[in-house]
Ligand binder design. Structure first.
Ligand code: DPP
Ligand code: ZN
Length: 878
């Protein structure tokens, strides 16, 4: 229960060379025999061997076959009288554990009568005593024994080398993993599962078996995952020259899982939510998420498994890089420049609505943190998404080819090792001598060491007499916990100048390294509009004062689709902030100005723009994003203003929405390709606006059409969009549709999650959502134990429904504290995620701020909190 510091890293005093594990699987009492070959690390001073273990019953310890003295020190098993010298010795440990009681879902647990494991980051110590740290890499041999009827399928990492019958209806399987690995990549699965199988031949002629294991009823929902896996394998070979290094690659799905998925060597384990899809049960978003997560876990096989992390402070070494790789994979699959831009915009939206607030809040930490109390709290958007942006900036600085060369050098140097973020950056730089990255490497690495989102302030000056334009870029970064002062970052700024006629007069990549720099452009005929940070070339906040005319010009003409979208968002944001600031302005009375409405109309009606882009451009900035721009936030007011703006857009563009709906609603046979996905999204957005307008005008035609669409839809995307349109607009037909939806899908847990989330996230009307959420957690289909279900109601309400959550009577906060406490007793990881819903409490307007503080203090006052929740609430109050 103490803070761990990066600076305290020491190499392990012992190495574990081989591990032979034998499991007698039983839900109540599983017996684990662990035989290791251990030797002293000659480079470290002699000291006792301290093995990690948690919630284990220890029965026996043998050294070279003999009993030995040992002691238990907290969660460690300490062995002092070990053989002298540097020869390996055999250490045998026999323990038992109770998988059915394991509600934390870390280590070995049961779910739907099957066994699963989750070992990252520190779950292996809940299976056996071990040096449970990523720099100890061993060769594993695993024997699983279990009742054959109940557990016909027995899986572990690597290759199946033996299997057979045992007495009493039991059977066994023996697996050998040919690759050395850290303990966090260990996995086993046992249960009644069936597999979709695919044999493939790689470019080099090697054959591989791909298997996706699911419960028997789910086999028809695995085709998309298998296609995604095959596409991932082909992509990694084509783009980075990285082939599949396994004879057999297995994926298994479980419905009880804390994370999205886990990259265990050769045996990935997935949350069903990110694996199972059919057009009847999954939305386009699900299909895209599955593609990217199947890719992500597969790409870890090289970036994470072949080269792993020296310690958990280096987590972004594998996660930032692998997110970058999965983003590139999705973009390459998306194909067209416009579809790539849509993916980029979506990724940036995640960064800005989740990571920027993290960077500005109490849990702010560098991409390579310096300390933690509980490592599970650091699987964050900073480590993942900001880490990916850091890798992306490296690629921007050395070019795509240069980056591929850097990756090649990284593998030449470090394959089979546990390394650091510095090692990665060094390899990319060394492969590109003469690049700006190589020249600026120490300064560039501040992206790893300094937390907080830098701001870049851009100011332009036009000199009509000389036809010259100067642009000053000044960077700064606010203090974050423990880091009062920041040094300047290396910020790649992709920029262009757009003429009044829409012609581009300049385009370049400027690498900002000083606190302030000025760029000059000459020979211009007229004042240009600067388009800065194209493609979101760095994870920074761009402060720039645009006139409406300039933004309208960018929205109409910018050759960079990202900034084109951004111009529209800035127009919408400026209006939202203006309305929020007008004290005394009732949301019902607000009026959107004609130029903005006309600009939105031209985007919607544009003959060349893709539907997917239009959907993004016509969606107002989220409440969370708007709130982040304010020093003091009244979430109710933000909610009311955004709702009112949406209503205005619904009314003012009513005919255009009708056109958009009719023109995009029919898409033939279901395909989750970017074009049809975009068309369905725009049709859905149009239907929502049409229902919102109709409810306001007391008209029933469009809600009636939405209900019909809901009933007739041939895929989940259209069906769910129609249902959402009714729920969001608050039309009375929503109740009927919700009931039907539940009846239709009551045997589909992933669809029920959507049903719960839609209601918990619905726009609040007069405080109606909390009472509804209280009913939902009493619903027979609700379960706090299942992370997906708990998140679908509670996290959605607390995190994704600011208007419903931040109630004047503080009842939302009381609900939050109750649920954090209740969840913490069973699953600290899920509880700690929920706890973070209050990260930004200091920004709240009174009396919400005091009420929020009180609720956090109420949680913090509990004596029996997990480290996970304790760390979050302590930092929140600090
Ligand atoms: N399952 C998590 C991921 O793949 C942790 N490695 O990112
Ligand atoms: Zn990952």
């Amino acid at each position: 229960n103490h803070v761990i510091y990066r600076a305290d890293y020491q190499a392990p005093a012992y190495w574990i060379e081989t591990v032979e594990l034998c499991f007698d699987l039983d839900p109540v009492k599983t017996r684990v025999l662990n035989r290791m070959k251990v030797r002293r690390n000659p480079e470290v001073a002699a000291q006792p061997l301290r093995l990690d273990g948690e919630e284990l019953n220890l029965a026996r310890v043998l050294v070279n076959g003999q009993g030995t003295s040992f002691k238990l020190d907290g969660n460690q098993l300490v062995l002092e009288n070990l053989p002298e010298g540097h020869e390996p010795f055999e250490l045998e440990i026999f323990t038992t554990c109770a998988p059915a009681k394991n509600t934390k879902l870390m280590g070995l647990y049961t779910s739907n009568d099957s066994f699963f494991t989750q070992c990252e980051a520190e779950g292996f110590r809940r299976i056996t005593y071990f040096l449970d740290r990523p720099d100890v890499m061993a060769s594993y041999t695993v024997t699983l024994r279990a009742d054959k009827k109940k557990y016909p399928v027995l899986l572990s990492n690597g290759n199946l080398v033996d299997q057979g019958e045992l007495e009493d209806g039991r059977h066994f399987a023996k697996w050998v993993d040919p690759h050395r690995k850290p303990s966090y990549l260990f996995a086993l699965v046992a249960g009644q599962l069936v597999a979709r199988e695919q044999r493939i031949t790689a470019r080099n002629g090697r054959e591989h078996l791909l298997q996706i294991f699911v419960r028997p009823g789910d086999l028809d929902k695995t085709e998309h995952a298998m296609n995604s896996l095959m596409a991932s394998i082909a992509w990694d070979e084509a783009r980075f020259g990285l082939p599949l290094d396994l004879e057999r690659f297995m994926i298994v799905a479980t419905s009880d899982f804390n994370m999205g998925a886990m990259e265990n060597k050769g045996l990935n384990i997935f949350n069903t939510k990110l694996l199972l899809a059919s057009q009847a049960t999954a939305t386009d978003m699900d299909f895209l998420n599955i593609e990217s997560v199947v890719g992500h876990e597969y790409f870890h096989n090289w970036t994470g498994n072949r080269i792993t992390c020296r310690d958990w402070f280096q987590l972004s070494l594998k996660e930032g890089l692998t997110v970058f790789r999965d983003q590139e994979f999705s973009m390459d699959l998306a194909g067209s420049p416009s579809a790539r831009a849509v993916k980029r915009i979506e990724d940036v939206r995640v960064l800005r609505t989740a990571q920027f607030p993290e960077d500005a809040g109490p849990m702010a930490h560098p991409v390579r943190p310096d300390q933690y109390l509980e490592i599970n709290n650091f699987y964050t958007v900073t480590i993942y998404e900001k880490g990916a942006e850091v890798v992306r900036m490296m690629q921007t600085l050395v070019g795509r080819e240069g980056f591929a060369a850097g990756m090649k050098l990284y593998f030449e140097r470090h394959d089979g090792q546990a390394v650091t973020c510095d090692d990665f950056a060094q390899a990319i730089a060394d492969a590109n001598p003469g690049s700006q990255l190589a020249a600026l490497l120490p300064q560039f690495k501040r992206w790893y060491s300094q937390a907080g989102t830098p701001r870049v302030k851009a100011s332009g000056h036009w000199d009509a007499a000389t036809g010259s334009y100067t642009l000053t870029l000044a960077q700064s970064c606010a203090p974050t916990p423990g880091q009062p002062d920041k040094d300047p970052f290396v910020i790649p700024v992709a920029l262009g100048l757009v003429g009044a006629d829409g012609q581009e007069t300049a385009s370049r990549l400027h690498v900002l390294t000083q606190a302030s720099e000025t760029l000059s452009f000459t020979g211009l005929a007229a004042e240009p509009v600067p388009s800065i940070l194209r493609g979101f070339s760095a994870p920074v906040i761009l402060d720039i004062e645009y006139t409406d005319a300039q933004l309208l010009a960018l929205l109409a003409h910018d050759s960079d689709p990202f900034n084109r979208w951004e111009a529209g968002q800035r127009l919408g944001l400026a209006r939202a902030l203006g309305f929020i600031a007008q004290e005394g302005l009732a949301p019902a009375a607000l009026q959107l100005d004609a130029p903005y409405v006309e600009a939105m109309r031209s985007v919607l009606r544009h003959p060349q723009l893709d539907a997917a882009f239009k959907d993004l451009a016509l969606t107002l900035p989220s409440e969370t994003y708007i709130a982040e721009q304010l020093p003091v936030v009244d979430p109710q007011r933000v909610h009311a203003v955004r709702e009112a703006m949406r209503l205005q857009l619904a009314l003012a563009l009513r005919e255009d929405w009708e056109w958009a709906y009719e023109a995009h609603k029919d898409n033939g046979a279901y395909q989750p390709d970017p074009v049809s996905v975009g068309r369905r999204a725009l049709a859905g957005l149009a239907l929502t606006h049409l229902c919102v307008a109709a409810v306001h005008q007391g008209d029933t035609v469009w809600p009636g059409k939405a209900l019909q669409r809901f009933k007739d839809a041939s895929n989940m995307t259209d069906r769910f969009n129609a249902l959402s349109a009714l729920v969001i607009s608050g039309h009375p037909l929503a109740a009927n549709a919700l009931q039907r939806f539940h009846a239709m899908f009551r045997h589909e847990p992933l669809v029920l999650d959507k049903w719960f989330a839609l209601q918990a996230g619905a726009p609040d009307r007069g405080g109606n959502i909390l009472p509804l959420v209280r009913q939902l957690v009493q619903h027979p289909d609700f379960s706090l134990r299942n992370p997906n279900r708990a998140r679908s109601v509670i996290t959605t309400y607390c995190n994704a429904n600011p208007g419903g959550f931040h109630r004047a009577d503080a009842a939302g906060y009381v609900f939050w504290s109750d649920k954090v406490i209740e969840l913490d007793a069973m699953n600290p990881q899920v509880a700690a995620r929920l706890a973070r819903a209050m990260d930004r409490w200091r920004k709240l307007a009174e009396p919400l701020r005091s009420a929020a503080r009180e609720a956090i203090a109420r949680v913090a006052a509990r004596p029996e909190l997990s480290n996970d929740v304790r760390e979050v609430v302590t930092r929140a109050l600090a």
